[in-house]
Design a protein around this ligand. Sequence first.
Ligand code: PLP
Length: 370
Amino acid sequence: MCRQRKGTPVTRGFNFSAGPAALPEVVLRQAQAELLEWGHARASVMEISHRGREFMELAEASERDLRSLLGVPANYRVLFLQGGATQHFAQIPMNFARQEGVADYVVTGAWGEKAVREGSPYTHVRLAASSLESNYTRIPPRAQWDLDPGAAYVHYTPNETIHGVEFQDIPDTGGVPLFADMSSDILSRPLDVSRFGLIYAGAQKNIGASGLVVMIVRDDLLERCPKGIAKILNYAEHAAQGSLLNTPNTFGWYLAALVFRWILAEGGLAAIGERNRTKAARLYAAIDGSAGFYANHVERSARSWMNVPFFLPRPELETAFLAESREAGLLALKGHKAVGGLRASLYNAMPLAGVDALVDFMGDFARRHG
Ligand SMILES: *Cc1c(COP(=O)(O)O)cnc(C)c1O
């Protein structure tokens, strides 16, 4: 068994946290190994100038790797920002819509709702479609969306982390640029970036640690960023400065760079996507095959590969489920309070073996309590 120091056993479990979420173990080990001295810096990556040659090389390599993973076209800029996805709920309309203009929002869960709320002070937010009436268990059919052809953009959340609802294809919004909050599904499978005007994601699910936001934006859209706002809020300024307008989250950026390398080494997004498809299929099969002991209420065509909420036949069993699963090394399975029940998040860093361990545990638990 792996040991930390002085005989303390390593007790890392399979971590199903929705976020901040599990990181690949090899990435954590590399970060541990080079924490005190990174590369030729003779200091930690946290202790060197973000404008020095070494850090600039890391920044360039990370962008190169991300571009290669996603096949980002040349007319898109990649930005490494801060503030969490939540800050960008406000900053995006500030930059890309006008106060007197309109922006369309499609809401399929709690994060879309928040994007609407935070964006509303900065433009006229139109609710173009919502599945609230189904308690966010489905995606409103594209034909029923009420889109304004004059909107600045259409914003949606391809994967709703709390409700476990995920688009399985990219909606067509005609000539209106499509903006996506991909915080919980970026890098989970191959993606056609050219279909989007803007993609953004907080890092703490599939990219790395919290405190970093990755944004991919079509360069012509940056011409909309207003001159009259502070530079720190202006995406065109961040792009012009190579995301080094002020001190970035250097350690978070470094971790993201390691994760991009790791995904490339795993075979890129095609391989990761196949693995994620298999992981999700095994867990949903266990739920659906439990003769009603477990239940997931999301319409099958909208089920998320990344976040799987599920319920027990009697809510009073939840305490036992959480205690026993934790004892078995399966962590953070409590559902979000907005939905209740349980939730397993299956981000890239969750190995197939973790899903198999969960499925085995669930079968055993159902036999004992069914
Ligand atoms: C986690 C999450 C967020 C919130 O990110 P913060 O970094 O906490 O601001 C936003 N959108 C989605 C889809 C998320 O999963």
